[in-house]
Structure formats: structure tokens, C-alpha cells
Write a protein that binds this ligand. Structure first.
Ligand SMILES: [Fe+2]
Length: 211
């Protein structure tokens, strides 16, 4: 099993591709929430789940904390309170808001969190121009971290809406994220040969988290 550093060395990800990948992953996160209202995005159905709004802010906090603050000269933090509100388990970077109480964060409002994302994306654009091996490694981790949270956005809102009898109609499938996905059709069984199968990335040649 190669180290993370070796994985990055083996992976050819030039500046333009890294920028494109950053934009793709960040836009995909927003697409996942298109069908959700601000009220939906406040929901925390259990301590192990988080509101979609929190996921939007936390993934942004990651780039602000580990990329912009240490690496972009003159960067101005969007709001110092967010360092506490949207930290998760990174004890080394300070205290954090209790996880079971993330659903109580009606403030900042969703609009502010979206502005926070734009603020960080603009600054990241400038940082990505100063491409280096260190920046590439940290950005790649940030993007895979965000992809993990894309999975959580979907599983968390599915659980929350499953508890609401009003949300069980066919028009409120919040996890149906792709704008051109259309109908999913009738579910049916798929037959395939049994046996061992390998899924996911080939860790020998590229970096990936469990997502
Ligand atoms: Fe996280």
C-alpha cells in the first residue's frame, strides 16, 4: 500500500485539471441540494446525521482552514465564528460546536452559507494559480473530503425525509440530484454471476478516500 505522498507523486494532475476538478466537485455539491428548501437543509434527524446546510459550510471550512489561511497571502477569513461552528473532528485546529446540536444552527442562514462558499471559491481560484505539489496534495484531499460529504448529504436527507409522512410523495425525492436525470423507471432485479468482486479505486495508481 503506497503512502499518500507516493500516491500523489504517481498521479498526474496538472494545474488546469486540478482547477477543473475543483470546480466540478464544488458544483456537484450544490447540485445535490437543488431540490431542497432552506427548511429541509436545517434538518438533523439524529446525532449521527448532519443538516445539509452544515455539510455545505463544513466542506468550505476545510478549504479555508487547510488551504487559504496557511497558503494564500492576505486572505481574509469570511467569519471567525465559522471556525467553531463548522469544524468537525479536527481537534488540532480548535474547539467545535457539538455534533448533536448542528440542527440548532438556524443562524447563519442558508444564504450566508452560500455566500461563504462563493467567498472561499473565489479565493481558491487565486490560490490554485500558485500551483505546487503541496497545494495539489491538500486540494486533492479537500476534494475527496467534499465527495465524502456529498454521500452524507444524500444519506442524511433521505433519513430525515423518511420520517416525514408528507415528504413521501414521488415529487419530493431530494436525493434525485441530476437536473436531467428524469424518471428512475420501475425498479427491477439485475442478475449477475456470483463470486468475489472488487469495487472502488485502484489505490496503487491514484489517491482516493472511501467514497
Ligand atoms: Fe468532514
Amino acid at each position: 500500500m503506497p503512502s499518500i505522498a507516493q500516491s500523489f507523486d504517481n498521479e498526474s494532475l496538472p494545474k488546469d485539471k486540478l482547477i477543473a476538478e475543483y470546480e466540478r466537485v464544488r458544483a456537484q455539491t450544490m447540485r445535490l441540494t437543488e431540490a431542497l428548501s432552506a427548511e429541509d437543509m436545517m434538518l438533523q434527524s439524529m446525532p449521527d446525521a448532519s443538516p445539509a446546510k452544515w455539510h455545505l459550510a463544513h466542506t468550505t471550512w476545510f478549504f479555508e482552514t487547510f488551504l487559504l489561511q496557511p497558503h494564500l497571502a492576505g486572505y481574509r477569513t469570511y467569519n471567525n465564528a465559522y471556525q467553531y461552528l463548522f469544524n468537525s473532528y479536527y481537534e488540532t485546529v480548535g474547539e467545535r460546536h457539538p455534533r448533536p446540536q448542528r440542527g440548532l444552527l438556524s443562524r447563519p442562514p442558508l444564504e450566508e452559507v452560500v455566500n461563504y462558499r462563493k467567498h472561499v471559491d473565489n479565493a481558491m481560484k487565486a490560490l490554485l494559480e500558485s500551483y505546487s505539489a503541496e497545494i495539489k496534495a491538500a486540494v486533492t484531499i479537500g476534494l475527496h473530503h467534499e465527495m465524502q460529504h456529498q454521500e452524507l448529504i444524500q444519506t442524511d436527507i433521505k433519513h430525515a425525509l423518511s420520517l416525514n409522512p408528507y415528504a413521501l410523495g414521488p415529487d419530493t425525492n431530494a436525493a434525485e440530484s441530476s437536473p436531467d436525470s428524469g424518471s428512475t423507471g420501475n425498479p427491477e432485479f439485475v442478475h449477475f454471476e456470483g463470486g468475489l468482486s472488487f469495487i472502488g479505486t485502484d489505490a496503487e495508481s491514484s489517491f482516493a478516500y472511501d467514497c
